[in-house]
Design a protein around this ligand. Structure first.
Ligand code: ZN
Length: 480
């Protein structure tokens, strides 16, 4: 499959483009002019904060066995692939030797039962604490099932359970090796950042999918909060080689719902950027896209189009002067207990097990067995929250699960320019509604926790306040 590349970019290799007038190492131009030193343009990279070290690694994760595709609440056996699925890691080290590792992946949902052993082994093998590692997943719905993520979504077939277990175990091993490889490759680099824009994400709570094509055609406004920003971080070697491009967007990778492996729009965007910048690794994080969909959707052509729109948003940033990120790493991590509104009783589960909704019936039956085995359900769920301060300029807030867009808008407003708010970090859990979305109810805010296997139907109404209090505390810790 070809993505739609700009002709000029396709014709020119990276080195040639870098010598074009007006495109000479933009970050050098920026820092040089800021320093009032035009002679700097000759190519010296001293102005670009050389105190960082960075290492990048990548691994193919496309299943070799017929593990089903994840999401959409049904059995989805794979029928081939458009392109490979990837897991990638970026390790950073500051001059004091403090380190962080960001993992990005084309997974739909990484469950706690998978990420907890990963964090334990990373601590043991590389002496990295939980606060130093974020394990993100794009929420790609053309990616494979993992562990007990969305366990009640799928009919139970013994052979499939075995394949999912085996694949999950392989992936735990693979991510640990991946992190080790990124750490081994730590070498001098500079970091720069900027923000672009892409407009295909639509608030799916406020615009009916069927209406969107007509509204777009009429030029009518789509409604509801969105976050169309495309945050970009680049990693460049001292000699000028672009090593990595990390970028984000707030939108579900649900353009496609067929049975073919691919990375959905983030997969196409990463592929296009890597073709345009040979030798560079493109990495994607889903920011807070819990209530955002790429609309209209359902065709490969639309998926490629959105991938291209996102890549073009990144390219616009790369074509402008980027802002250097000064050296320094500070990290903080905490679990917030998110209380359920009401934990299910035996009677509730018995009623659920008799429902015609297959997911709810499987959920009720499975949890009843747990009760019969003497298990007691927790009243709350441990929700992971990270804060990383990189230099003076960049703050990354990493939040578990499917955060709705209100969280990104709120924290970017509160903490200012240079703030990234990443959802889909460490643990899939469920939707995480804001107070507004919780009050409104509906799919992301209402009684749908059973879909994720939780022992309740709804979160307590105050979870935004609980999460925000912890985010504020962690940010204060990393910024003091
Ligand atoms: Zn989702």
């Amino acid at each position: 499959m070809h993505s739609q590349l700009l002709p000029s970019a396709r014709l020119l290799p990276f080195r040639s483009r870098a010598t074009l007038p007006g495109r000479v190492c933009h970050y050098l131009l920026f820092t040089s002019l800021a320093a009032g030193c035009v002679a700097f343009l000759a190519g010296d990279s001293k102005g670009a904060e050389p105190g960082w070290k960075a290492g990048v690694s990548r691994a193919v994760i496309t299943p070799e066995q017929p593990v089903w595709l994840a999401g959409y609440g049904s059995k989805r056996a794979p029928d081939g692939k458009l392109h490979d699925l990837w897991m990638k890691a970026l390790a950073l080290e500051d001059p004091q030797g403090r380190r962080v590792v960001l993992i990005t992946s084309d997974f739909q949902g990484v469950p706690k039962k998978m990420s907890d052993p990963v964090f334990a082994r990373i601590r043991e093998q590389y002496a990295l604490e939980r606060s130093q590692v974020m394990f993100t997943f794009s929420h790609n719905h053309c990616g494979p099932r993992l562990g007990d993520d969305l366990i009640d979504y799928y009919p139970v077939e013994a052979e499939q359970e075995k394949l999912v277990d085996e694949y999950t175990t392989q992936m735990i091993d693979k991510v640990v090796v991946l992190v080790g490889a990124a750490l081994e490759r730590l070498a001098p680099a500079s970091l720069q950042m900027g923000t672009g824009r892409a407009t295909f994400a639509v608030n799916r709570r406020n615009n009916r999918e069927a209406d969107v094509p007509m509204l777009l055609e009429q030029g009518a406004p789509l409604v509801g909060p969105v976050d169309h920003s495309v945050p970009v971080l680049t990693v460049t070697r001292p000699e000028g080689k672009l090593e990595a491009i990390l970028f984000g967007y707030a939108c579900h990778p649900t353009t496609l719902s067929f049975m073919t492996w691919c990375g959905d729009y983030p997969g196409f965007a990463q592929q296009e950027l890597e073709e345009k910048h040979p030798g560079a690794t493109a990495m994607f994080v889903n920011t807070c896209g819990g209530d955002q969909n790429p609309l209209p959707r359902r065709t490969v052509a639309l998926c490629e189009k959105y991938g291209h729109m996102l890549a073009a948003g990144v390219e616009e940033v790369l074509a402008q002067p980027l802002a250097p990120v000064s050296e320094g790493i500070k990290t903080a991590f905490e679990y917030v207990d998110l209380p359920y509104l009401k934990v299910m009783s035996r009677d509730d589960l018995l009623a659920a097990s008799k429902e015609t909704n297959a997911i709810k019936a499987r959920w009720g039956e499975r949890l009843l067995k747990k009760l019969d085995a003497g298990e007691r359900f927790e009243e709350a769920y441990p929700y992971p929250v990270h804060a990383w301060q990189l230099g003076r300029e960049m703050l990354i807030i990493g939040m578990g699960a499917e955060t709705v867009v209100d969280y990104a808008l709120r924290f970017k407003e509160e903490f200012g320019a240079g703030t990234w708010v990443c959802g889909y970090t460490d643990d899939m859990i469920s939707y995480i509604p804001s107070r507004r979305v919780w009050e409104e109810g509906g799919y992301e805010g209402g009684s749908n926790l059973y879909e994720y296997g939780r022992p309740a139907l709804r979160w307590n109404g105050d979870i935004e306040e609980r999460i925000s209090a912890v985010v504020r505390r962690l940010v204060a810790q990393v910024r003091d």
